[in-house]
Design a protein around this ligand. Sequence first.
Ligand code: NOJ
Length: 559
Amino acid sequence: MVKKWWHNTIGYQIYPKSFQDTNGDGIGDLKGVTAHLDDLADLGINVIWLCPINKSPMKDHGYDISDYEEIDPMFGCKDDLVELIQEADKHGIKILMDLVVNHTSVEHPWFQKALAEPNGKYGKYYIIKEGKDGREPNNWRSIFGGSAWEQIENTNLYYLHLFTKWQPDLNWENPILREKIYEMVNGWLDLGIKGFRIDAISHLKKDFTYQDLPSDGIDGYVDGFPYFSNVNGIGDFLAELRERTFARYDAMTIGEVDEGLPPDILLDFIGENGYFSTIFDFCHAKFLINSAQWKGSLTEMIDALKKCLFAKQNTINGKGMLCNYLENHDLPRIVERFIPEEEIDFYSKSMTGSINFFMPGIVFLYQGQAIGMMNYKKESITAFQDPTTFTQYAEYLKNGMTEAEALAQINLETREHARTPMQWTSEPYAGFSKSKPWFAVNPNYKQINYESQKNDPDSLYSFYKKMVALRKSETYQDLFIYGDIVPMYETESGIIGYERRLNNKSVLIVINAKPNETVLLLSRKIKGVLLSNYKKIMLQDDVLRLQRFQILVLDSDKN
Ligand code: NOJ
């Protein structure tokens, strides 16, 4: 693999609204990110991805952009961004922005002009179609529920929105629109942005036959994914986007591909000359310990998860970089996704954080993950904020759940859990703000906060710091980035084991994802312990006794 500057990425995702407020309005801002650069450098990260900071009416918390050129005043201004870029650089940290170009906000002037004149120039920036027999052009369901089409008032025309109705999809078939996008992207790169996480990238191309399909729900709609995900020909758009923008700046790019990519096109996306540096796929996101499928079956769930992680590695087979992440702003906190409530403690939290950390690929952490922030379950649906939460709740009620059942389900799976303010200290509002935050702080901030963990060598934060330091260490960095992966103990239930090998070096990673002790027989001579979440290591000759939720990284003999 040809070496790239971003191959050693230990990334950190920031949800700016909830990271640090510095001007007392209860909303996080760019100056708040700059204020914490020392802390982020202390953790050892070297890339920050900022969730959207462009001007937006915030119907989807910034994923509905109304001005691609401007920063939303709630976050600050362009000078604040430049200051962040420069200060981050002094800390050895590069800044990535979020690029949301599958759709805009309905408030974007392009869309406003399209509404005024659907058959005019700007109408062609969007996907606008005639209705059929008094209803939508087809029966596709939006990814966020309901029809994927919204009628334009006083017309028989509808616009397509794969997400909320406030996010009309852009028409990538239009070369004029594409030019506008490239210009805008290059503008941010000229400013000093080192790359992008690119939103909803699989959906840029639609199957423009727009056919009705047999409905798969009582709503009469159909999950149209095959018709708007990785549709044949999408590569032409992505290759052009790369050539006209990213490639010219040697930018780092992470495409969000939700359901993942079929193996036959994976290398087109992230192979040596792929459209992107790497991808965020959702392989691990479907595993939820409290779901009907997995409740009470932790080891079965871990075994299925392990299969999925190894299969991904097997497909890429060292020919491109995957991205190992567990948390983001769209998912509940990882420990509650993987671990039953009664088993949550330091050991299960540290074990969970390590599940894919040492696998081939770059690493991304999400704000609050390294201190073990948790979901904040709400007592009323009105305590939530995200329109998709309310759509989902209404859907549950329609499907026959009681209000209590629907709320319980939302509390289990809502993405809003990841969006509570960052817990910095035990002071009021967790040190996030001096005033009431836009979204309530999790009341557990007195126990779970950065300040209390930062200097405690036995804290979760310190464990994450050790993981980062090991991946970045001079001795092992290349092995973790470029080394082969050889799965081990594949048939041992609840154990994730593999070896990483490069030249004459070999490291064995063994993770006991079970709440009970397990004995493993080692087939390698162990030269030393590189990392453990327990002080006591129970290794005698070739017998390794793994304690409950223990993770071990061992320097081993290659044979
Ligand atoms: C994926 C983003 O991560 C999510 O937060 C957003 O709602 C959708 N894309 C639509 O932009």
